[in-house]
Write a protein that binds this ligand. Structure first.
Ligand code: NFE
Ligand code: MG
Length: 596
């Protein structure tokens, strides 16, 4: 048994440590997910004017400030009793603001945080065993995904073309978000009662132009085919099987050409998604397309026991067709990407916000109760440093993240959960293909494909909101004043790029905040054990995963623990969001393995 600890785990947002125990065969047998900073947003909002929450909570995170401002504004709408009257155009502006941030956030993850893993030296060694084909594929992976600072065999390599292209594209997307939000990060747009700005005709045209430039990037780099063709045959396919057939057929056409000349370049049609879709998966690449080699990412990051995991979506993007107002409880038909809960066997149930609770048994908080719903939540940090102890493994208290549960069960949240719950054809078809072929449908590969596909789900909706639904100069707010928030409660359910996001607020007789709780996607995904001792989603996904590249294809290499890195990064973690401080002791945990 070897203990492998990665601290800090890089190329995620924030400060994160993961402890694992690994068997002599290189299989992870236990894992603890450690969130090691506490920031206290829920505490310093106490006694504040609640209207400030839509501005202040954005400071939780610079990657996803938009979703925090919208969750907060949604909570305030209910707190002030105006959720049923928010003008339709304000809801459309919230959609556009969030839609642009979804694409930017997913692009940052796919290309900048996660993409460089495809250029890991282990894949060089695995691919080089395949002669000319492997050499050509490695040339594409390293040429596209190499990060800015990278050395290989002591030689400094230039950054990848797709990596650099995405960085430029992110800048443009941030310009677009700034146009509508005033700035990015930390916009000044979302407010109780609606939004503070109504786009002009010129702004609407400018927004449309930004989106069409993003679509050009997606065509040239990400897909290698027209996004409209892809959307028509996947997101809008008449059945999940047809969506999968389209993608497999497309990959087969590309391979038929490229296997003769070993040309896997962008100019021969290999978009970044196609390259990953074919070579990332044992089932798709080796079994269905007949490739001699793959990264086998579909074998890693799976849940061993369906009774201990669920999948959750609170629903996101208002439906403009419904007119003014919305239901804060987010019923299943209320949003474009719907709310819902799927159990570990992928059976869909209606979402009920009353089933949400958070446990603190393995977290550094003090409370006489071990589980509380967020509308009755407390956040009191452990003050006694002697109580902070990481040494008893999974028995310890070991994280500043609480452990959220739905009906007592930890849940994966994020693009894969959302698109499975939505019944998005490509995701649903892929899930079925993995099940039919004896694979776990939820794995590191399907998590990444779902994130890529969600960009293609958002693009056509974004174009519709901008070009059809948004009215220049329309009314975008209803009147509110502070007295309306007296002795009240509000709940803001939304979906951040990384998954289910909820803000809960309550006020006293002076209308000032008496309770503020945020339950955030990375808190769900990176949770420690809950009050029943059930491991959090990332912990469960790590257990059983092989530590080194492609199912330990080159043997066990503790110094390059790609199984851990791929699995944790497939959730796109954000620790700034997950733990909304300081090491009071001044003692820092030892660095065991530092991966940069
Ligand atoms: Ni800081 Fe966030 C998103 C939220 S987190 S990135 O998306 O809420 O898990
Ligand atoms: Mg919280």
């Amino acid at each position: 048994m070897v203990q492998v600890t990665i601290d800090p785990l890089s190329r995620i947002e924030g400060h994160y440590r993961v402890n694992t125990e690994v068997s002599g065969e290189g299989v992870i047998t236990d894992a603890q997910s450690n969130a090691l900073v506490f920031r206290g947003f829920e505490r310093f909002l106490q006694k504040q004017d609640p209207r400030d929450a839509a501005l202040l909570t954005q400071r939780i995170c610079g990657v996803c400030p938009v979703c925090h401002s919208i969750s907060a504004a949604n909570a305030l709408d209910e707190l002030f009793g105006v959720a049923g009257e928010i003008p339709k155009d304000a809801l459309v502006v919230r959609n556009i603001h969030q839609g642009l941030n979804y694409i930017a956030s997913h692009a940052a993850h796919i290309y900048v945080l996660w993409g460089p893993d495809l250029a890991n030296p282990a894949y060089h060694d695995i691919l080089m065993q395949q002669g000319d084909l492997g050499n050509a594929v490695w040339g594409e992976l390293s040429g596209r995904f190499m990060p800015v600072v990278n050395q290989f065999d002591g030689i400094r390599l230039p950054p990848g073309s797709s990596y650099l292209g995405a960085v430029m594209e992110l800048r443009r997307l941030h310009d677009a978000i700034s146009l509508i939000g005033g700035k990015m990060p930390h916009a000044v747009l979302q407010h109780v009662g609606g939004v503070v700005y109504s786009p002009t005709v010129a702004d609407i045209q400018q927004l449309a132009s930004y989106v069409s430039k993003t679509v050009n990037f997606v065509e040239a780099f990400t897909l290698g085919v027209s996004p409209d063709t892809w959307i028509e045959n996947t997101y809008r396919a008449s059945s999940p099987q047809k969506a999968v057939d389209f993608v497999i057929g497309h990959l087969q056409d590309l391979l038929d050409k490229s296997l003769t000349n070993n040309d896997f370049s962008h100019s021969s049609g290999w978009g970044d998604v196609s390259l990953f879709a074919a070579f990332g998966s044992e089932l798709i690449g080796e079994k269905l397309l007949g490739l001699p080699v793959s990264m086998k990412m579909d074998r890693a990051g799976v849940y061993p026991d369906p009774a201990k995991i669920g999948f959750l979506s609170y629903g996101v993007f208002f439906k403009p067709e419904k007119g003014d107002g919305y239901d804060p409880a987010s019923p299943a038909d209320g949003r474009v990407i719907p709310s819902g809960y799927m159990n570990g066997s992928l059976k869909l149930e209606k979402f009920d916000h009353q089933k949400i609770s958070e446990s603190i048994n393995h977290s550094f908080y003090i409370d006489e109760k071990k589980d509380r719903p967020p509308w009755n939540g407390v956040t009191v940090p452990e003050e006694n440093p002697e109580e902070i102890d990481y040494t008893r493994g999974s028995e310890s208290r070991y994280s500043w993240a609480k452990a959220p549960n739905y009906n007592g069960i930890p849940c994966e949240v994020g693009p894969l959960a959302r698109l499975m719950i939505m019944g998005e054809p490509l995701t649903t078809g892929l899930v079925k293909a993995f099940q039919d072929n004896g694979y776990s449908p939820v794995n590191n590969y399907t998590r990444m494909i779902a994130r890529m596909q969600e960009v293609l789900v958002v693009i056509p909706e974004l174009r519709k909101w901008i070009l059809q639904d948004l009215e220049a100069g329309a009314k975008v707010a209803v009147h509110t004043d502070l007295s309306m928030a007296k002795d009240s409660e509000g709940m803001g359910l939304w979906e951040a790029p990384r998954g289910a996001l909820g803000h809960w607020v309550a006020t006293g007789s002076d209308s000032m905040v008496t309770l503020y709780q945020a339950v955030v996607p990375s808190t769900w995904n990176l949770a420690p054990r809950n009050s029943k001792g059930i491991a959090g989603p990332v912990e469960q996904a790590l257990i059983g995963t092989k530590i080194s590249a492609a199912e330990n294809a080159l043997g066990v290499d503790y110094s390059n623990p790609l199984g851990i890195l791929h699995t944790v990064r497939s959730y796109d973690p954000c620790l700034a969001c997950a733990v909304h401080t300081l090491d009071r002791t001044g003692k820092h945990p030892a660095y065991a393995i530092k991966v940069v």
